[in-house]
Design a protein around this ligand. Structure first.
Ligand SMILES: *[C@@H]1O[C@H](CO)[C@@H](O)[C@H](O)[C@H]1NC(C)=O
Ligand SMILES: *[C@@H]1O[C@H](CO)[C@@H](O)[C@H](O)[C@H]1NC(C)=O
Ligand SMILES: *[C@@H]1O[C@H](CO)[C@@H](O)[C@H](O)[C@H]1NC(C)=O
Ligand SMILES: *[C@@H]1O[C@H](CO)[C@@H](O)[C@H](O)[C@H]1NC(C)=O
Ligand SMILES: *[C@@H]1O[C@H](CO)[C@@H](O)[C@H](O)[C@H]1NC(C)=O
Ligand SMILES: *[C@@H]1O[C@H](CO)[C@@H](O)[C@H](O)[C@H]1NC(C)=O
Ligand SMILES: *[C@@H]1O[C@H](CO)[C@@H](O)[C@H](O)[C@H]1NC(C)=O
Ligand SMILES: *[C@@H]1O[C@H](CO)[C@@H](O)[C@H](O)[C@H]1NC(C)=O
Ligand SMILES: *[C@@H]1O[C@H](CO)[C@@H](O)[C@H](O)[C@H]1NC(C)=O
Ligand SMILES: *[C@@H]1O[C@H](CO)[C@@H](O)[C@H](O)[C@H]1NC(C)=O
Length: 413
């Protein structure tokens, strides 16, 4: 007796199940080796590292390779050294990665396999991997973006890294206790350099001004000395410049006036001297100008309307600098004294604590500005007087109205 043939609906279902199983297997195979590698590193991801869930969990990305997709991007964040351990063999299976980033992962660093070192285009390490060396970083030859922050780096100089990585477009090595001098040769087409918060010493080499595509240069909080390079005006793409908190002396070079697109200029806390150049007033894109805590002298060349256009303006802590009170109301708290008729500071400038707190409010501490060029003293009383007058008029009209209504109601009874 033949068994009763199964209903066609059941067959269809079976087929569907089989198909979906096959699809799942294919998917699993896709990034299987990377998944295994990740598992051996104790990094747990959803089954398919190319899935949206994995992308959300570890910023993974995959290429569209056939038959297998390759893992191209991975971010590890907040990992504990007890859980995650990097191993050379596991990293070998991840050599398709183009972007790798560590954030708050203080695991021990290992040597990267040559394939991985060569394939990485972007490497970021923020408060991770405990300690790095210049030689270790210099093996990442194909990088365009390098970020190392809050990780100590032992290297005899920046040239160790830059000499090897020729395609670098963006370099950040900040708060890394990085020592040594800035390189004399910059054989790069780079647009972003942030070396803030290290222990770099010596002068800023004039060769840095050959970087004509440089848009952002941040050398703040180092121990740099000497003068600003006279040729700084060659940096025609520069938008953001900070040389703050170094020991840079001399005056601001005139060539700087040739940089058309400056947005952010911070030269604070140095030993710059000479007069403040007027050309800043012609920089149409400028929104941030900090020249405080230097040795500038003479009459500050800016008027109130220029300062009001800026989002941040700081100039305090320059004890030989003064402002012309006929072009600047004393309401604008600058932390510097008004000039006498010889162009010298009239009274001793406010105490240090005073000036810095005044600076903080300097950009928002303006009067409503009736546009009058009157001296500070009289404009001080403009506002309050108007308010009091208005209030008095309003009050008296109300009283008058009440009296009038009362009288009206009495007489018309
Ligand atoms: C994927 O890797 C697992 C081990 O993690 C293995 O058991 C399985 O057979 C692999 N699948 C394919 C399709 O290669
Ligand atoms: C370096 O990057 C370029 C551009 O993405 C790529 O074509 C090349 O294959 C990479 N080199 C290696 C060794 O991966
Ligand atoms: C840099 O050195 C200082 C003092 O030696 C230390 O306190 C700081 O933690 C170091 N920074 C890093 C990122 O290691
Ligand atoms: C840094 O590197 C130098 C040699 O390049 C070595 O002598 C020194 O011990 C290293 N310092 C640390 C803290 O690793
Ligand atoms: C340098 O980089 C800029 C973009 O920052 C690019 O437009 C230019 O073509 C590059 N020049 C060379 C020689 O690679
Ligand atoms: C430079 O770096 C410091 C510290 O990292 C930061 O506070 C500042 O905003 C940066 N300046 C510019 C112009 O990027
Ligand atoms: C400015 O500083 C430079 C370098 O320290 C010095 O040679 C020069 O005499 C100073 N100029 C003025 C006007 O103080
Ligand atoms: C450049 O400066 C502007 C204005 O202060 C700021 O908004 C912007 O984030 C800065 N860009 C970089 C890359 O630091
Ligand atoms: C303020 O200075 C700028 C630039 O020097 C000038 O164009 C403008 O006319 C001045 N404004 C006033 C009110 O003096
Ligand atoms: C202050 O500015 C006014 C108007 O521009 C000018 O006449 C005067 O000479 C200036 N005072 C000083 C000390 O430069």
């Amino acid at each position: 007796m033949a068994p009763p043939s199964p209903p066609p609906a059941f067959l269809l279902l079976l087929l569907l199940l089989l198909l979906s199983a096959a699809a799942t297997t294919a998917l699993a195979a896709a990034a299987n080796s990377s998944l295994q590698a990740l598992q051996s590193l104790n990094i747990h991801l959803p089954k398919d590292p190319c899935s949206p869930q994995a992308a959300a969990a570890a910023a993974t990305a995959c290429d569209a390779g056939k038959p297998f997709r390759h893992l191209t991007s991975l971010r590890l964040a907040n990992c504990s050294p007890d859980e995650v351990a990097l191993s050379f063999t596991a990293l070998k299976s991840l050599s398709t990665l183009q972007s790798l980033s560590f954030l708050d992962c203080p695991v021990a660093p290992v040597r990267f396999p040559a394939e991985l070192a060569a394939s990485l285009r972007s490497f970021s390490c923020v408060h991770s991997l405990r300690r790095l060396t210049g030689v270790w970083l210099s093996r990442l030859k194909n990088l365009t973006d390098l970020t190392v922050s809050d990780v100590p780096i032992n290297a005899s100089g920046l040239y160790v890294i830059l000499g090897n990585i020729k395609n670098l477009r963006s370099l950040t090595i900040s708060r890394a206790n990085f020592t040594g001098y800035l390189p004399r040769h910059w054989d790069l087409n780079i647009s972003h350099i942030d070396l803030s918060g290290n222990q770099l010493k010596g002068p800023i080499p004039s060769s840095i001004t050959f970087l004509e595509n440089l848009q952002m240069l941040n050398l703040s909080s180092n121990a740099l000395t000497g003068e600003m390079p006279a040729e700084i005006g060659n940096l025609i793409s520069l938008k953001n410049l900070s040389l703050a908190s170094n020991s840079i002396s001399g005056s601001v070079p005139d060539t700087m006036s040739a940089i058309p697109g400056l947005v952010h200029v911070d030269l604070s806390s140095n030993q710059l001297n000479g007069t403040i150049p007027k050309f800043f007033t012609e920089m149409k894109s400028l929104t941030y100008l900090n020249l405080e805590k230097n040795n500038f002298h003479g009459i500050m060349p800016f008027n109130e309307s220029f300062i009001k256009k800026l989002v941040v303006f700081k100039i305090g802590g320059n004890s030989n600098l003064c402002y012309n009170h006929t072009v600047m109301s004393s309401k604008v708290k600058l932390g510097i004294a008004p000039c006498d008729k010889h162009g010298l500071p009239l009274s001793p400038p406010p105490a240090k604590g005073d000036s810095s707190s005044a600076d903080d409010s300097s950009s928002s501490d303006y009067s409503d500005g009736d546009g009058s060029d009157s001296s500070g003293k009289s404009s001080h009383h403009h506002g309050p007087n108007k308010v009091v007058l208005g209030f008095a008029i309003a009050l008296s009209s109300i009283v008058f109205l009440i009296v009038f209504l009362v009288l009206l109601s009495r007489c018309c009874k």
